[in-house]
Write a protein that binds this ligand. Sequence first.
Ligand code: MOS
Length: 724
Amino acid sequence: MFFSYDTPDHRNLLDQTRQGVIGRPLDRPDGPLKVAGVATYSAEYQRPECAEGVLVCATIAQGRVTCIDTDAALAMPGVLGVFSDKAMLRRPAQGGADKAPVQDVACVEYFGQPVALVVATTFEQATHAAKVLRVEYEPGGEVPHDPEAATSEPAQDPEVLGDLDAAMASAAHSVDLAITTEGHASAALEPHVSIAEWRDDALTIWGSYQMVGHNVKELADALRIAPDRVRIRSAYVGGGFGSKLGISHDALAAAIAARALGRPVRVVLTRQQVFDTIMRRSETRQRLRLAADTGGRLIGLGHEAWVSNLPDENFAEPVTQATAFLYGGDNRHLAVNVARISRLTAGSVRAPGEAVGMQVLEAGMDELAEKIGLDPIVLRKRNLPATLPGKGIPYSSRMLSEALDTGARRFGWDKRKPRPRMQRDGEWWIGMGVASAARVNMMQPAAALVRLEADGMVRVETDQTDIGTGSYAILGQIAGEMLGTPIERIDVALGDSALPMGAGSGGSFGATSTGSAVFRACEAIRDELAHRLGVPTDALELKDGIASGGGKSAPITQLLKGETLERTGRIKPGKTEQDYSQASYGAFFCEVAVNAFTGETRIRRMLGVFGFGRVLNEKTARSQCLGGMVWGIGAALTEELAFDLRDGRLVNHDLAEYHVPVHADIPDLDVVLLDERDAPASPLQAKGVGELGICGAAGAVANAIYNACGVRPRSFPITLDKLL
Ligand code: MOS
């Protein structure tokens, strides 16, 4: 039975335990295995007789496949089969829905869509055959490729309060801005891969996935078999960024081909196929209206966004997600509209919503502060609502003011020049900018098994994945802290759908959700140990393998009497989710140099201060924040999916042409983690941190650029041409 989290747990059990591992900056146990090449990634599994599959992708934008010359392909050396099945995936699944969008791949919806899989004995043979495979098309279709040329519809009902137009008209100070952001890639370092193997009508897949429990259901649904006939193994995942939340083409194509051929089939996407077929973050066009009174208090807040996706896709980038809870203002209008276009699927990519919504909102707040003549930090602090606007419910915890103040002191904000073009270093204009960080906190249903073995070893088992984020480390730390077990006596098994279903890695919810399930399992074990020791649970203390309390003491192994003690913890969101507005917060400070002659921007320093409840591992949390800030710098300065408007084809479909920041673009970044407890957020009193570091970061960069050179760019990324 799942434990519904209805009442905030204020007991601070993790602050009373004495093992001393929770929160510590412990190394990831998987780290050395990865750098030594010992960790086996999915594509590296050697299955006997494994054949190699290569996807063939459409070379038209819209229409139908009329003929595939399979005879010619099958006559080529080593070719075992050509699959172009009605049951294959035309689009990747969005993740979490337990259903995959199985469609007839003969119907082409976007340029680059997979239409067939060629399988051969070797990868080279399959690649060659895929290259020369003759596919005939009948082009046709009216869906535009340019969002500006498409009609938009509301993604959901707008959130309207009061009268924003009247507030704008009567405001002492206001801004009304139109700012655009370009699409972002989800391309993780490890490409998408699946090795499919059938035995007695049961399918095993070794693959790269974020949420294996859901991915099993998607695959089973697509293959029309029972979920208990599918097992996914995903022990190590080389990044997800949202692109592996749902299954993609490789999974179903490999499964179909392996079943037909009666031998394992491996499908690994090429880098270009990852870019062309998996998942993009939508470009956005945003209108931001801020209306303030003479004292700098917001009386109106409007945030409208236009995004895009394929026809019939449910997902629309939730651009205004943080705007709904971050700042006050009685007159509000928040809306997201989606245009139907023919380009690859838009989906969840690296903090969907906040990443691009916050960078525009925070750029607007900077502009408003300047109009009012207020310090931008003061403006933000002045507009933090006491309760959630329109709903009146409290915030679970919010350390935004503290983050702004702490950051200002540490960064030397008092040295910022009040106006642009006041600080010059050779040919560079120097400027500073600030922005708030915010990302919603979500808990997801999760289960985990904890086993206390007769010899005192602890084993944690859940299908939770580790996408490079630290799941192996933190789940072990929670168990170690709760059971008084040194970290080297803990073993964590993850990423296997045969284990209890964790939350998966997504939406910054993995650690708190699955961690809470581990916590609950350990509580149950503590209850039993207290009973065996003959003390009330409250009096039980566990440290270094010794149970004590109430004047009694015994080695834990003695209480186990040669047996293994195991409990499963299960948690799901409950009333605390409705009763509180829950989000993680922070602040970004950035110093840039803008070249007065070339317009080139260099980040000089950047600081992020974050409050996200209890820190489970200082090192992995900090690393998440650093990664997020690097994303933010990418969104601010370089990242941009370029589409050919004639056919919706992605032009820069690799990491040579799609520019993410490299080491030379990133100076020493500084991260401060605030000490916070958030009881309504989870029994761990922890909130999500995974994506927090990107949410607003690009706004701080843009504001620093303005403070340096006096240009307010109206489109991201802020490439040098926009500053001249
Ligand atoms: Mo995240 S974009 O939910 O993997």
